[in-house]
Design a protein around this ligand. Structure first.
Ligand code: BTN
Length: 246
């Protein structure tokens, strides 16, 4: 069940606000489904230590849920569906970047705390924070209500778990693309290039690489241009470490 919803003005990060609510314990009443939504974040976080620019006019939400291996895919799917309800052709880049074409419109950050999952969702609604990004209003050409968008996301997040994977695969634009996938950090860091063949029942990306078919459980994925060769352009890391591909 989703709710209660706590509405805040400016926070450092809704993830931090939810974490401190959780850490203050039972007295705060932080229960499964607790939602924090803020108008702006001073220190919004993205995946892999990146920054998430959070001007007013965007949607910044964190939700307290029980851990589930499919949660990050479920959250991405819920956001993509909510945006599609607004008439936007939103699709998913594995695992959970929400794109329109190749432009990012929303991102998901799942952090584990004491057996709980803090599911952070950021959606560009009225502002386009980077040239590589887009927003709900840029796509529709009309005003998009933060309130209605949040309500749609939460409703889709409550859908039956068994229906998630088929729906996810249908909206996943990574499947069938040549990809560069980075997983692990430090000494366990690994880069894999190949053709994305599908997403398995555990939510892992199946990549047909030179080494054979590999199942990647977590990491970041880049869609390679059609006919691209993996030249030096793809060897130098992610480029802008603060914002990534947003
Ligand atoms: C990504 O890198 O794509 C994930 C971005 C997640 C941003 C959201 S905004 C609400 C929540 N609070 C944060 O600090 N991050 C997440």
């Amino acid at each position: 069940m989703i709710g209660p919803i706590l509405r805040l003005g400016q926070v450092s990060s809704t993830q931090d606000a939810l974490r401190s609510l959780l850490e203050r314990g039972e007295a705060t009443g932080a229960t499964e489904g607790t939602v924090i939504v803020a108008e702006t974040q001073e220190a919004g976080r993205g995946r892999r230590g990146r920054r998430w620019r959070s001007p007013r006019g965007g949607l910044y939400v964190s939700i307290l849920l029980h851990s589930d291996p499919l949660l990050s895919l479920m959250a991405g799917l819920a956001v993509a569906r909510a945006l599609r309800d607004e008439g936007i052709d939103a699709r998913l880049k594995w695992p959970n970047d929400v794109l329109v074409g190749e432009k990012k419109i929303a991102g998901i950050l799942v952090e584990a705390v004491r057996g709980w999952a803090l599911v952070g969702i950021g959606v560009n609604v009225s502002e386009v924070p980077l040239p590589t990004a887009t927003s709900a209003e840029a796509e529709t050409g009309r005003e998009v209500s933060l309130e209605v968008l949040l309500e749609r996301i939460l409703r889709h997040l409550g859908q039956a778990r068994e229906r998630v994977l088929p729906a996810y695969r249908e909206l996943c634009s990574t499947i069938g693309r040549r990809v560069l996938v980075e997983s692990g950090v430090g000494p366990t860091r690994r880069r894999l290039t190949g053709l994305a063949r599908g997403v398995d029942p555990l939510g892992r990306l199946l990549v047909e690489a030179e080494e054979g078919l590999e199942a990647v459980a977590a990491g970041s994925c880049r869609h390679l241009p059609v006919d691209a060769e993996e030249g030096p352009r793809y060897r130098g890391g992610e480029g802008r470490e603060d914002d990534g591909d947003r």
